[in-house]
Design a protein around this ligand. Sequence first.
Ligand code: FAD
Length: 401
Amino acid sequence: MHDLGQANSTDILIIGSGIAGLSLATALGYEGFSVTVIDGASRPAHAPPGKELSDWDLRVSALTPASIAFLESIGAWKGAVSHRAGPYGAMRVWDANGSGRIAFHADEIDVPSLGHIVENREILQALLQSAQTLPDVSFCWEHALEAMAPADPGWSVTCANGVQFHADLVIGADGARSKARQLLGMPTREWSYAQTAIVATVELDCDHAETCWQVFLESGPLAMLPLADPHKVAIVWSLDNAAHRRVVDLSDRAFVDALNRAMGPSGPVAGSVGPRASFPLSQAHALDYCDESFALVADAAHSFHPLAGQGINLGLTDVAVLTEELVASRAGGLALSSAVPLRRYQRRRKTENLAMMAAMEGFKRGFGTLNPLAVVSRNLGLNMVDQQGWLKRWFMRHAIS
Ligand SMILES: Cc1cc2nc3c(=O)[nH]c(=O)nc-3n(C[C@H](O)[C@H](O)[C@H](O)COP(=O)(O)OP(=O)(O)OC[C@H]3O[C@@H](n4cnc5c(N)ncnc54)[C@H](O)[C@@H]3O)c2cc1C
């Protein structure tokens, strides 16, 4: 890995060095492609080593075993990530309005865990460490995408600092508000949930017992996710904007009291909270994932409500599938700028991502109402799935794959 200087030619240019961009660069680098990554931000900093409340990254991801296997395959799981990854073997989900509840346990499907909760910055560091071993992967920090013009083949890309690149293939991994997607005029279907998520690290009065908890409240879902420290959890509390305004500025003590009221007796008791941050929530789906010599991956192609914790898991599947298609197309003698692998990638990924989007919308609508019929049917639905072993196992296998 090396830092590039001025005008550059590269086979593949990836815009954005979030988890998606870095994992794609690493996966392609492992396959022997020559890749350059640009990002408007500076190189991500190392995490502080401590385990105080303020030492934990406020952004965490619930990685499925399938995502972990993919990270492992590109040398980014052992070491940096795994020593601060909290495994979870159980999930408890319930409806605050009624008696509906469901519990999942890894034993039910004979797997060691249902996944791991990992701080995003640990995942980024692990990916950077792995990329560092690859001679054909280069990074340009503080190089924000500004303009793109078609070249033959590929694209000429200009950064805000004036540096230019030429690439046969460009990948937009620049997040939900993708500038690359906008520059190419690729339409999206999008809507706001009128909700904002508060994220924070919380100290519990008890051991978290490697359990994820999620309660569906009328104002939005609240999740507690177990960290690598047995008494600490990450919270993701999605709130309608009016409710968010009431909660966000509470003192730490009042916030913890509000959190405990929201969790109710079915959840663990919180004792203290660290710094908090808020993220407005919206959903967006690009109508097409590819254009001439160009493809979108992860949040740049689709962003979801965090209630199912699937955003980056689906993003990593995009990355794995796109890598597979580019490798197959090279083996078949096609040029990097060929449309074939990009169309195949889109076909393989769009259906699953759309299905997840529809499911998230269904959850959001189904649980965001006090309509008595909806309340009764969602409670019955949760209890029914909980009592039907085969159906529950089917859901669990689907959720971790
Ligand atoms: C509160 C919350 C909780 C979540 N929890 C989970 C979870 O438990 N599990 C899960 O799977 N997902 C979760 N998600 C979703 C997950 O965080 C995202 O899917 C994931 O971070 C997207 O990664 P990405 O690399 O696509 O985009 P990003 O992380 O947004 O990275 C984009 C990168 O592009 C760069 N960039 C942007 N514009 C430019 C430009 N013009 N030029 C150059 N670079 C640019 C940015 O600096 C950034 O580095 C959660 C989301 C939220 C909001």
